[in-house]
Design a protein around this ligand. Structure first.
Ligand SMILES: [Zn+2]
Length: 211
C-alpha cells in the first residue's frame, strides 16, 4: 500500500517507507500530519525536501511537492541553484512555520494553489518569470511581497490574507487577479507598477443577481 495521499498526490506513490498516523492511515514522510513525522526535526525534514528537489532537477522533472505538510520554518535559500527552470508545484501544501522565498528567482511556472501559510511568508524581491498561482491560498500571518516581480500573470483569486499584506513596489507586468474582500487586515500597494489590468473579482458572483 502506498501513502494514503498517493491517490491525490501521485508523486509519492513509490515511497514505501510509511508512517502510521494517529488517524489510522499510513503516510509518506511528506504527507504525514504535523508532529507525526517520527520525531524528525525541522532541519531533517527540510533536508528531505531539498533532496527531493535535487533529484527532480537531476532528472529534469518538474518539482512536485503538492500536499506536503512542512514541519516548521522553510527557507528556499537552501537551494543551490537560484533559478530553477522547471515548474514548481506547492499546491495544497501546508507551511506550518515561516517561509522564506525572498529574492528567489523562479524560472518557470510556480503554484501555491490552496497552500496554507501558517507563519509569516516572505516573497520580498522574489522574481516570478512565469505565471504565479496563489488561487485559494490562505495567508494566516503577514504576507510580504514587497518588490516582487511578476513577469507573467499573477493569480490570487480567492486567496485570503488574514493579516497585513504588503505589495509595495511590486511589479505586475501582466494581469493580476484578486478577489474583493481578500485582505482582512489591510493591504499596502504603495508604488506598485502595473503593466496590465488588476482585476478584483467579487467573492460570490451571484450576489444581487437574480438567477
Ligand atoms: Zn505521500
Amino acid at each position: 500500500m502506498p501513502c494514503d495521499m498517493a491517490h491525490k498526490y501521485e508523486w509519492c506513490s513509490k515511497n514505501r517507507s510509511l508512517i502510521k498516523a494517529s488517524d489510522g492511515n499510513r503516510y509518506c514522510i511528506f504527507h504525514a500530519p504535523h508532529g507525526e513525522k517520527q520525531g524528525i526535526s525541522v532541519e531533517e525534514f527540510n533536508k528531505l525536501v531539498f533532496e527531493h528537489i535535487k533529484e527532480s532537477l537531476e532528472q529534469e522533472k518538474d518539482i512536485n511537492l503538492t500536499g506536503t505538510i512542512f514541519e516548521g520554518d522553510f527557507s528556499f535559500t537552501g537551494l543551490q541553484s537560484s533559478t530553477p527552470l522547471c515548474h514548481i508545484d506547492f499546491s495544497g501544501a501546508t507551511f506550518r512555520g515561516a517561509v522564506d522565498f525572498a529574492s528567489m528567482e523562479f524560472g518557470s511556472k510556480v503554484s501555491f494553489k490552496r497552500a496554507i501559510f501558517c507563519g509569516v511568508s516572505d516573497f520580498s524581491n522574489t522574481v516570478f518569470n512565469s505565471t504565479a498561482h496563489f488561487d485559494y491560498a490562505t495567508f494566516n500571518d503577514e504576507a510580504n511581497f514587497t518588490g516582487a516581480h511578476f513577469e507573467e500573470q499573477a493569480h490570487f483569486f480567492d486567496a485570503n490574507f488574514l493579516q497585513k499584506a504588503d505589495f509595495s513596489t511590486a511589479v505586475f507586468s501582466k494581469e493580476v487577479y484578486f478577489t474583493l474582500g481578500a485582505f482582512k487586515s489591510g493591504a499596502l500597494f504603495t508604488n506598485v507598477k502595473y503593466g496590465a489590468r488588476a482585476v478584483f473579482k467579487r467573492p460570490y458572483p451571484g450576489i444581487g443577481a437574480k438567477t
